[in-house]
Design a protein around this ligand. Structure first.
Ligand code: GRF
Length: 204
């Protein structure tokens, strides 16, 4: 059974999409075993608790610089995690986690990368930048995570129309509803299946 950890920082709507997909058998048998939040007040933690999933809070400002990465690694290792999903996670992972879980970390970004991605472009800021640029189409991307912020190999993308009169908030809601919440479960299911096949081949 592929074990998933979901890393969150906020509302957890993407986590909820994964929880719903798991309930409906949409994750190819993979199991969400742990939710790690970088904020103690993230509603995503409540969503995890309601689903009976173990949670852990790892707050960067409460830890010495390198201890954040070590704490994340420790939690993932303790729970025998195979696949890591960043779902609205607002911290940058360090070399410890990136090295140990290379090619096994997914992130959902609320634009069609490489447009409107990179340091400083997250959450509502992404949609503000898209509207500022006057694009007629936006969307979401799921990619593998590496040392380049929003720079890893792209796995899935889905386009969403920008409508006349859109605000950053209305665009964000449409991108989440029509793209993020669709793509992330699909990408997790794809990668979980691949990892399960690798485990079988390795006789794990
Ligand atoms: C959203 O802006 C989403 O586009 C991005 O992170 C933010 C919070 O998402 N991935 P969530 O509701 O916490 O999943």
């Amino acid at each position: 059974m592929i074990r998933i950890a979901v890393l969150v920082s906020g509302n957890g709507s993407n986590l909820q999409a994964l929880l719903d997909a798991q309930k409906n058998g949409g994750l190819n048998g993979a199991e969400i075993a742990l939710v790690i939040s970088s904020r103690r007040d993230a509603y995503a933690l409540e969503r995890a608790r309601q689903a009976g999933i173990e949670t852990q809070e790892v707050v960067r400002k409460e830890l010495a610089a390198d201890l954040f990465d070590i704490a994340i690694c420790g939690a993932l290792s303790r729970c025998n995690i195979d696949l890591v999903v960043l779902a609205g996670f607002l911290q940058v992972l360090g070399p410890g986690v990136l090295g140990r879980y290379a090619d096994r970390i997914l992130n959902v970004h609320p634009s069609l990368l490489p447009s409107f991605g990179g340091r400083g472009l997250y959450g509502i800021k992404v949609h503000e930048a898209a509207l500022q640029a006057g694009v007629k189409v936006s969307g979401a991307t799921v990619h593998l995570v590496n040392e380049v912020v929003d720079g890893g190999p792209i796995l899935l993308q889905k386009a969403v129309d920008v409508l006349p009169g859109d605000t950053a908030e209305s665009l964000q809601q449409r991108v989440m509803r029509e793209a993020e919440w669709v793509l992330l479960p699909q990408a997790v299911a794809m990668l979980a299946k691949e990892l399960a096949q690798q485990k079988t081949a390795a006789g794990a």
